[in-house]
Design a protein around this ligand. Structure first.
Ligand SMILES: C=CC1=C(C)c2cc3[nH]c(cc4nc(cc5[nH]c(cc1n2)c(C)c5CCC(=O)O)C(CCC(=O)O)=C4C)c(C)c3C=C
Ligand SMILES: [Fe+2]
Length: 447
């Protein structure tokens, strides 16, 4: 990794030569992470060895190099939809939910403008502010915290969402609350912790490098000081879904392929039907946006690990190795085979059990409802009782939670065989506005 000295030049340290190319700080612009990347990328062209050695984030299991493109590259920030929804899911997550502490609408608009500028810069691989970490006045706190100096954009995406509580009396937004932005109902078995739930605003930071995602959230929180306070946050270390057909299907902490039948970026007609809010949906400012449900789901992995393979497979109606439905010809079948829910065993029992997770979540049993899942594995240490505090941070985007997440979760909460092994401990819902134009800011269609 290249580092910079106080005058903004890269110090070689233990970095490979390609990453150590000195980069000058431009007049008035300070240190640019992107320019360093440009120099590094040129060096890398002749340095297959560095990549082969794994210096560039190149996890074969992640989106990078397996359909996610160049793991170091930048994802465009501006566009019709926010990045970070259908963008091929990166391998790392830092999700943060904020309470708004100001009651002044103008302050909120200022914050969103400032955040948008910083987000556009950081997703391009640049420092959060113009003068960066080391080129501002020595008497002032730097405009960037510095831990991403020398790191490439790493496909960082930053996606903002507004919680139901933002539409209370404080900012005069009540009349603009989208009908689809409902408070989620209580589901049987919920064990929600208020301290890990809700929030006025949320930011999803995804990247192929955890340091880049954490850096982005940290800088947005720093910029928001005095206007917002972090309510809760969650780190995720391995994507549990593919959002593009080019990506290999990853595995969750139960060891199963997850995301096989996810909505994918290439399914444009389905995305318009199931993912993107439309002007006629009751909140014209949300057209091109989407609704995000976040659930922190603790997984009792120690109990799971003592469960026979046959039972594990019955819970998902899929073979653990290949991910194929258990109605496929054999265990080495294709994960993309269709389920045959009517197939019965010799004893006239359905092969895909009536309480199998995939049957209960399937569109055939949910009025055609689909989700774009974008969750991550987490392990947050242990719980003091000899168990890992591990699970899945479930993230699902959709056009209308009333027709999608809520009915599906009602189905699952009632009879899902997986319930014995999971507990919902955190919950939140957010309206994620459409993408930002070059002159616009996050939420400008609302505010
Ligand atoms: C309310 C929605 C869902 C929650 C909550 C949920 C939690 C959850 N799921 C798994 C593991 C798997 N889920 C799979 C498929 C699947 N899950 C949901 C919805 C929720 N899951 C849907 C809509 C689907 C797709 C159904 C279909 O169309 O067939 C699978 C199978 C592979 C796949 O298709 O993705 C697995 C495995 C866990 C571990 C979990 C919470 C801890
Ligand atoms: Fe699922």
């Amino acid at each position: 990794m290249a580092r910079t000295t106080e005058d903004g030049t890269a110090a070689p340290a233990e970095a490979p030569p390609s990453q150590a190319t000195p980069v000058e700080a431009g007049p008035g612009r300070g240190f640019s992470r992107r320019r360093l990347l440009g120099a590094s990328a040129a060096g890398l062209a002749g340095l297959g060895a560095a990549a082969a050695g794994g210096y560039v984030v190149a996890d074969a299991r992640s989106g990078a190099g397996a359909g996610g493109g160049d793991a170091a590259a930048a994802v465009p920030f501006h566009g019709a939809h926010q990045a970070g929804i259908v963008t091929p899911a990166q391998d790392r997550l830092h999700f943060v939910s904020f309470d708004i502490t100001t009651t002044n609408r103008a302050d909120l608009v200022d914050l969103l403008r400032e955040w948008t500028k910083a987000a556009a810069r950081m997703t391009a691989g640049e420092a959060a502010g113009d003068t960066g970490a080391v080129n501002g006045p020595i008497e002032a706190p730097p405009e960037d915290t510095g831990e991403a100096l020398g790191l490439p954009a790493s496909q960082l995406t930053l996606t903002i969402g507004f919680g139901p509580s933002m539409f209370d009396a404080r900012f005069g937004l009540a009349a603009k609350r989208p009908p689809a932005l409902v408070d989620l109902p209580a589901f049987p078995g919920d064990a929600l912790d208020e301290a890990r739930s809700g929030g006025d605003l949320a930011i999803q930071a995804c990247a192929h490098d955890p340091q880049v995602a954490v850096h982005a959230v940290r800088n947005l929180a720093r910029i928001g000081f005095g206007a917002v306070a972090v309510r809760w946050s969650q780190l995720g270390f391995g994507r549990t879904s593919s959002t593009s057909r080019d990506q290999a299907t990853p595995r969750n902490l139960f060891g199963f392929k997850d995301g096989t039948r996810n909505l994918k970026a290439e399914e444009k007609t389905l995305l318009d039907e199931q993912l993107w809010a439309a002007a006629g949906d009751g909140a014209p400012w949300m057209a091109g946006g989407s609704y995000l449900v976040a659930r922190r789901m603790r997984m009792h992995i120690e109990t799971w690990d003592r469960t026979p393979l046959s039972e594990q497979q019955a819970i998902f109606g899929r073979f653990k190795g290949s991910g194929a439905p258990t109605t496929s010809e054999n265990a080495d079948g294709n994960e993309f085979d269709d389920f045959e829910f009517d197939t019965v065993t010799g004893a006239s029992e359905p092969v895909i059990a009536l309480d199998a997770h995939t049957r209960l979540a399937h569109p055939d049993f949910n009025d055609g409802a689909r989700l774009l899942r974008r969750g991550y594995n987490f392990v947050d240490g242990s719980d003091g009782l000899g168990r890992l505090d591990a699970g899945l941070f479930f993230l699902a985007y959709q056009r209308d939670p009333r027709k999608q997440f809520i009915p599906i979760q009602r189905n699952l909460a009632r009879t899902d065989a997986m319930n014995e092994y999971v507990k919902h401990v955190g919950s939140a819902v957010f309206a994620c506005p459409p993408g930002v134009t070059k002159d616009g800011y996050w939420g400008d269609t609302l505010l």
